[in-house]
Design a protein around this ligand. Sequence first.
Ligand code: SAH
Ligand code: SF4
Length: 393
Amino acid sequence: MTATNLLELDRDALAAYCEQLGEKRFRATQLFRWIHQKGASDFSQMSDLARSLRDKLAGRAVVSAMPLVSEQASSDGTVKWLFDVGGGNAVETVFIPEDDRGTLCISSQAGCAVGCRFCSTGHQGFSRNLTTGEIVGQLWFAEHHLRQRLGLAEGTRAISNVVMMGMGEPLQNYAALLPALRMMLDDHGYGLSRRRVTVSTSGMVRMIDRLRHDCPVALAVSLHAPNDALRDSLVPLNRKHPLDQLLAACRHYLDNAPRDFITFEYCMLDGVNDSDAQARELLALVGNPATGVSCKFNLIPFNPFPASGLKRSSNERVAAFARVLQEGGLVATVRKTRGEDIDAACGQLAGEVQDRTNAKVRMTRAPVQLHRVGSAAAVAIQAGHADRLETRT
Ligand code: SAH
Ligand code: SF4
C-alpha cells in the first residue's frame, strides 16, 4: 500500500481522511496546522495530537514535498529551487524578497501545452500536470525552509504573496489548483489573503469563470497584444478564445474579485508589440466602455532565449510605451527583473521536461507570421533550430 501524502489534502479532504481512520473530523484541523503552520512532517512530534491518530498515521501517511534537485541564490536575494517531478522532468519555484513582502512564484505543470512564442517553458512542450500536493508542497517547502534559513521568530511568515507564474498554465490544471489555492487561503494553513494570491493565465476563458465562482483570488492575464491577429501568433490559445471573449470574462471576474482591477501582463518584444501605435490600440481596447475592463498594466521586459528568435525592447521603448498608456489614464508599471544571474526571471524557468507534445519539433518547423499593427509589413520570424534550444537545469 502506498502511503497517502497529506500535502495532497485540503482541510475538508483531511477531515474525511481522519474519519476513514475512525477519528473525529476536528482532528484534521490540528493535523493541518502542524503540517502547514509548523512545517512538521514527523507525526511523533505532533505532541497535542491524539496518540491513537499519531499511531494510525505512522506507516499509512507521509508529509513530503517533491525531491529537491538544486538551490540557487541570486546576489539580489532571489532564490530558485529545482524539484524533481519524476520521469526525467523538473519544475522550478522562485522566492523574490522585497522590502515589504516575500513573493513565491509557483509552478503548476511540468512544461506547458499553450506554447507561447516568447516563453521558454512553452518551447519545452508539456509533460504533465502537477498534483495538489506538488503545487502546495512548493509553498510548504519554501516557507519552512526560509523561516529556518532567515532565522525568523516562531509565527513570522517568510512568504506573504503567492503568484502562480512559474512553469505551466494553472487554469489548464484546475482540478489540482483549486484545493491548493484553498490551502493557501485557509486560516489554519498559510492564511494568505485573496488579494495576495495571484493566478496568472494566458486566457482560459471558461476557467476564469469557474475560478470567479469557486475561489476568487487576484487575477493576472497575459495579454501581450492589442488585437487578435498579433495575439493569435504569440499566444496560440487566442485562436480558440479571442480577445472579446477574454475581456468579457475579465469583466465578469471583477464582479466577484478581491481586487477591483485585472492585471494585464504584457511582454515587451522589440518591433513586434511595442510601438506607440500599439499602445494606443491597447488604450482603445481596454478603455472602451462597452468592451473594456478596469485594469493595470504590468510591462515585462522580454527575457530572451535563442530559440525564440525574438528580442527585448529597449528600455527607452518600454518607457515610451508605458508613457502612452499612462497619458491615456491607465496605471502601467515596468516589472523589475529579478534573479537574472540565476535564470530566475519571468519566462526563463525551463526546468527540464520530456516533451510529450512534440512542441520542439512544431516550433522549429513552423515559421510564425508576426504582423505589425498599423503597418502593412508582416515580419516573418523563423524559429531557431532544435539544436539551439536551451535546456537549463
Ligand atoms: N501560464 C501563465 C503563467 C505562467 S507564465 C501565463 O502565461 O500567464 C508567467 C508570466 O511570464 C506570463 O505573463 C508570461 O507571459 C511571462 N513570460 C513568459 N515568457 C517570458 C519571457 N521570455 N520574458 C518575459 N516574460 C515572459
Ligand atoms: Fe504556458 Fe504561460 Fe509560457 Fe504561455 S507564457 S507557454 S501559457 S507558461
